[in-house]
Design a protein around this ligand. Structure first.
Ligand SMILES: *Cc1c(COP(=O)(O)O)cnc(C)c1O
Length: 387
């Protein structure tokens, strides 16, 4: 009997592990009995919309971030849209955001009738305020800083440019709940800040969810009304609004996590995994890694470990054969690549273009063991022949 040649996947079995980019069932499994208890409690009280669990979560958010007002909303996209709406940003106005962000950031300006204008990223792969400055016109109303991957932008520099031109700063902190710059939480610097509770985000719920925070009392009143049909605290309609409320049940689940495991377990563990990646890969000249976790100006929470890698596509293929899931943010297409952007060209964003030739994100989530992290490190090293 002649031996069959080994198929590729069989020859790799010894090296193979299942490390998906994100482990969705683990989100539930991790605290299954607590979530079951919360589900029964909330549902048997019939407490579905704007009940005490939402209020409790909003209180926990205010305490956690050190911010005056917090509102649960339908999702992170609605949070951005409502924030700009409450500020009165609309037709004839322009909002500047980085080309490296989720489509939701510029879409929130568009949904309000304003024009999204893109700028380039800087050395840190986040919005470059000096690039933003080049796109300021007399219509520009706000700069939207996007704290990608759990790292807060350098807010000193962003405010330097915004103040010079008398612009508002708003913050898309969808990926940065608990991230800090000089001790202050992402989302609490500008007119408002927003967060996403999408399952794969750091504080994910079991569906869509979002948050908007502000220190401005007047803006808070408007946000409160807009998310619930323009109604004030007494139920009277005061202005046009929409229905964008965070479900009370979802609020109860994330309240449970934010009051305990998220700050105590998740944030330290995410930073620990990032540190392991950093230590394990820092000598590879083929990679540009994100900054290691530090307690200096930037306290990162590592929503993602996004790096730039030589031969990126081959690396992803290699890791995939070893059971390791990776992604490229925005499926590899930054905002200037979308057909709606007609008057700005890729050559306007040289750093973003360059970064996207090499960008890749390694798995980093609470389902991973240290062995899993070591396995990823070993596979990346093997790919570059540095074992
Ligand atoms: C996830 C995300 C959003 C949108 O949040 P959703 O809850 O999915 O609507 C906005 N901006 C950035 C940078 C994001 O990563």
């Amino acid at each position: 009997m002649s031996a069959e040649p080994l198929k590729v996947h069989e020859s790799l079995d010894a090296y193979k592990r299942d490390i998906p980019f994100f482990n969705y069932p683990h989100l539930y499994k991790r605290f299954e009995s607590d979530f079951d208890r919360i589900f029964k409690d909330v549902c048997s009280r019939g407490a579905f919309i704007m009940q005490k669990d939402l209020e409790s979560f909003e209180e926990a958010v205010r305490e956690f971030l050190g911010v005056k007002h917090a509102f649960g909303v339908a999702d992170g996209t609605n949070a951005l849209m409502i924030g700009l709406w409450a500020m009165g940003i609309g037709e004839g106005d322009e909002v500047i955001c980085p080309a490296h962000t989720y489509i939701a950031s510029p879409a929130s300006a568009w949904m309000n009738g304003a024009k999204p204008v893109l700028c380039d990223i800087g050395d840190d792969n986040l919005l470059d305020p000096y690039s933003a400055e080049k796109w300021i016109t007399d219509k520009t109303k706000a700069i939207m800083s996007v704290h990608l991957n759990g790292r807060t932008c350098n807010m000193d520099k962003i405010f330097e440019i915004a103040d010079k031109h008398n612009l508002q700063v708003v913050e898309d902190a969808a990926q940065a709940l608990g991230s800090k710059f000089k001790g202050k939480s992402a989302g609490t610097f500008g007119a408002f800040g927003t967060f996403s509770l999408y399952p794969a985000k750091v504080l994910g719920c079991f569906g869509d969810g979002g948050l908007i925070v502000t220190n401005d009392d007047d803006l808070a009143d408007k946000i409160y009304q807009i998310r619930d049909h323009g109604r004030d605290h007494s139920g009277k309609v005061q202005c046009w609004g929409t229905n964008s409320r965070l479900d009370n049940l979802q609020a109860a689940f994330v309240d449970f996590r934010l009051r305990d495991s998220y700050p105590k377990e998740d944030i330290p563990r995410r930073r620990e995994i990032a540190a392991k990646y950093y230590e394990g890969l820092k000598d590879l000249t083929e990679l540009d890694l994100p900054a290691a976790p530090s307690d200096g100006d930037h306290f990162d929470i590592f929503q993602n470990f996004e790096m730039a890698a030589d031969r990126r596509d081959e690396l992803r293929e290699f890791l995939s054969k070893r059971g390791i899931g990776t992604i490229m943010q925005w499926a590899g297409v930054p905002i200037h690549g979308f057909p709606m952007i007609t008057d700005q060209k890729p050559s306007d964003f040289p750093r973003t273009v360059k970064f996207f030739e090499r960008t890749v994100i390694l798995p980093l989530n609470m389902a991973m063991s240290n062995d899993d992290v070591d396995h990823v490190v070993a596979a990346v090293r093997e790919f570059y022949g540095k074992v």
